[in-house]
Design a protein around this ligand. Structure first.
Ligand code: ZN
Length: 615
């Protein structure tokens, strides 16, 4: 295995030498930038010391700000709770007065003399005291000599008014650890790395994963891709992950008219279930997007499992919000974040595009595409309050109620993407779809040219039609549920509010209580096995069942036309109940199905919408 870097030039290394020496002596520092030093070798009890030389301040008082959220997470963070012993110093190393003004902010007096701040940081992965509850892909981990996850929003702050100033970060580490990031990095020597960012926003946009290297690189459609993994096993597995991620990247490259990035890094923390380093992970795994990278908290498997959909989604964020976003995201307010109205676009349409890209790369994905849309309708339609509007939800996403609804954006959002795609195709006589419209808007706007949040529908109308605008007003701004019953037949699918379905059933009704490990069951339907309310399920076909291993109960959920024998505990005695399943009728809600026969026109239009072509 070779270890490569995205950016390593001898010239850059040489140019940095004077800077490093000056940092070490504390003199001759550039008073116009932030110079951050993090020495991972001195971590004690997962507490990481941070030292930051700051730009010269013109006022008597300065406020050092830690973010309360970062772009892409759409939730509040309590990182400031992990900051200890925050201190400020003048050029002679004399302490300056500091007090906490708000939870996340430190106010420094005599700020004209301020030269540096120092503090100790706890990490979020193994936080046990409920001080923070941070989505792991946005979190931090400082594990002695094995792994460091640097999400800089949780580690480094900025002086109020000096958010757009350059950062130079020097990281000292034990030999044998490798720093992977999409930021411009120089590996100075075996124990020193330096990476730079032109502003705080850019620094937050570039997480770093530092660990024993298990990396691979590949080129997909001109994009240089780095895959970097952390795991605790000896055997390198990056090649297997790179193979899968190359498929995803290649699928996206052929999906998009042009690739908006020339480099990209997939950073994966593969958790083996050890709760020493990671507390409260549960079954949660996920990823967070950045402009040139995405960071994954994923369960360890030697080959990637369930990663492609998520990787496609994260990668496609290079369209939105990277290349198309509103002012709220362009100049992100880390203290008092103003949320954009357009999560339906950033998350919902991105999720739709992810499935569409995988479908266009492999028609075998059609089944998965259909079942994803069907599941999305089933789970989201009833769960959304009647007053739900995508725009209001997005603007107020940080409220408790909307946080609980948040996962539905990945269900309802892609359905909205599909409807919008159908309408745009129809209105343009097949010439353009949602992807082409996004590209038309990207031409008008861009990474540093945001749109006005309140005027996006005007822009959409400009590149589409009045009818598309009316759709946005009704279904995205308004509270009407998506018109699936009207739109889906146009592409050979149907949507019914409820539909009677014939199902095989053993007539087992589960009656589970939180915190109770027992599997309590009772009768339902025509009860072919003769269950009694209060029976405790012990075995299925003589095999012990357990809540800890739900797979032991698969037979009861995927019913086939075969007899089964259940062993239940009834009044302290084990009883065997045998029988065959019976056909019963259940009413399914919000059902999307494929039509069996479609006209050639519908088949043609379906290909246009889903595949962007008719052949
Ligand atoms: Zn996303």
């Amino acid at each position: 295995m070779t270890v490569r870097t995205l950016h390593l030039a001898l010239a850059a290394t040489l140019a940095l030498l004077p800077l490093l020496f000056s940092t070490a002596s504390g003199k001759g520092l550039d008073g116009t930038i932030y110079q951050v030093t993090i020495d991972t070798r001195t971590v004690v009890n997962d507490q990481l010391p941070v030292e930051i030389y700051v730009p010269e301040v013109k006022d008597d008082s300065a406020t050092f700000v830690f973010p309360v959220t970062i772009p892409g997470t759409y939730e509040s963070h309590l990182w400031w709770r992990l900051v200890h012993n925050f201190r400020a110093f003048d050029a002679q190393g004399r302490p300056l007065p500091v007090h906490r003004s708000a939870d996340s902010q430190f106010v420094i007096s005599n700020a004209k003399k301020l030269r540096k701040v120092t503090y100790l940081l706890d990490d979020s992965f193994d936080d046990t005291d409920d001080r923070v509850s941070i989505f792991h892909p946005a979190g931090t981990s400082f594990q002695g000599d094995s792994v460091f996850v640097f999400n800089h929003g949780g580690m480094i702050g900025y002086l109020d008014g000096y958010q757009d100033v350059e950062y130079h970060v020097t990281v000292y580490k034990k030999p044998g650890l490798y720093t992977a990031t999409s930021l411009e990095i120089s590996h100075i020597d075996s124990t020193t790395d330096q990476y730079n960012a032109s502003s705080f926003d850019i620094l937050v946009d570039g997480p770093a994963l530092i660990c024993k290297p298990d990396t691979a690189t590949f080129d997909a459609a001109g994009v240089k891709v780095l895959v970097a993994l952390y795991h605790t096993k000896d055997k390198p597995i990056a090649k297997a992950y790179a193979k899968s991620l190359k498929e995803v990247t290649t699928a996206i490259a052929s999906f998009l008219p042009s690739m908006p990035v020339d480099r990209y890094a997939f950073l994966l923390y593969l958790w083996d279930g050890d709760t020493n380093d990671v507390k409260r992970a549960g079954f949660a795994q996920g990823a967070l997007e950045h402009s040139y990278s995405s960071l994954y908290f994923w369960r360890y498997t030697s080959r990637p499992f369930g990663l492609n959909d998520v990787a496609a989604h994260e990668f496609l964020h290079i369209l939105m919000p990277l290349n198309l976003h509103s002012r709220e995201i362009e100049s992100f307010d880390f203290r008092n974040p103003q949320m954009s109205r357009h999560l339906w676009l950033y998350e919902g349409v991105t999720e739709y595009f992810a499935h569409q890209a995988l479908l266009r790369a492999d028609t075998a994905y059609m089944r998965s595409f259909n079942s994803t849309m069907a599941r999305a309708a089933r789970t989201s339609f009833d769960a959304l309050p009647t007053s739900f509007s995508l725009i209001d939800f997005s603007k107020n996403v940080l409220t408790t109620e909307n946080q609980s609804l948040y996962p539905l954006i990945y269900q309802y959002g892609p359905l909205n993407g599909l409807c919008l795609d159908i309408l745009i195709r129809e209105e343009s006589g097949g010439k353009q779809g949602l992807l082409e419209v996004v590209y038309a808007l990207m031409e008008e706007f861009g990474p540093s040219k945001p749109f006005e949040d309140t005027l996006l529908f005007d822009q959409l109308e400009r590149v589409t039609s009045k009818k598309v605008r009316a759709y946005c007003d009704r279904y995205i701004a308004g509270t009407e549920r998506l018109p699936l019953a009207e739109y889906l037949p146009k592409i050979g699918m149907t949507f019914k509010d409820s539909l009677p379905k014939e199902r095989l059933s053993y007539g087992v009704d589960f009656d589970m209580k939180d915190g109770d490990e027992r599997i309590m069951v009772g009768p339902k339907d025509s009860n072919p096995l003769g269950l009694v309310a209060g029976d405790q399920l012990m075995k299925i076909d003589s095999v012990d069942v357990s809540m800890k291993n739900p797979a032991t109960m698969t037979k009861l959920f995927r019913v086939t036309d075969t007899p089964v024998t259940l062993t239940v505990l009834r009044d302290g005695t084990e009883v065997e109940l045998a029988g065959k399943p019976v056909m019963t009728t259940v009413m399914e809600q919000h059902v999307i199905e494929q039509m069996k026969d479609v006209t050639p026109d519908v088949a043609r239009f379906r290909r246009l919408v889903l595949f962007g072509r008719v052949d």
